[in-house]
Design a protein around this ligand. Structure first.
Ligand code: CA
Ligand code: CA
Length: 152
């Protein structure tokens, strides 16, 4: 994740950030490194993927900024191809239509198995995740981002 602030990038450290889940629960990621990118910009590297179906919020907590008001929240919901906040059967239809017709969706929406491209293998992955098959538990079909589909 890239972050910009009106300060010297060398002064931005992991301790400047507060990470929370909304709603609370699950194992929080931690920042493993802060890499300067240029004037006032850094790259934040986390120790693990964000918890699925829950908001992960990263707040910048250096006065006059406040981590409660200066934050970004991100969520990951497997299967939600159309990005409406719910994993539903229509998402599989959208995935198939994107593969068989003109592609209108981004790979970030359709690359279900995170291989770097969208292929028919993503349909199989979608079905596996939907049904809780293989390594996937729980099933994510019909789940909505916990608590709210809107960023907290
Ligand atoms: Ca959806
Ligand atoms: Ca793929």
């Amino acid at each position: 994740m890239q972050f910009s602030a009106g300060t010297d990038e060398d002064l931005i450290v992991a301790g400047n950030f507060t990470i929370t889940h909304t709603p609370a629960g699950g194992i929080l990621p931690t920042i493993t490194s802060v890499n300067p990118l240029g004037p006032g910009q850094v790259e934040l590297v986390f120790n693990k993927a964000f918890v699925r179906a829950r908001w992960t919020c990263i707040g910048y907590n250096v006065p006059p900024c406040n981590a409660n008001t200066n934050k970004v929240c991100m969520s990951v919901l497997p299967l939600d191809v159309d990005n409406n906040g719910t994993a539903e059967p229509g998402d599989l239809t959208d995935l198939i239509a994107d593969l068989t017709g003109p592609s209108v969706l981004g790979d970030w929406q359709t690359d279900i198995n995170r291989s770097g491209t969208t292929t028919s293998a993503d349909i199989v992955e979608w079905i596996d995740i939907a049904n809780g098959g293989g390594l996937y538990t729980p099933t994510y079909l019909n789940q909505t981002i916990i608590g709210n589909t809107l960023c907290p």
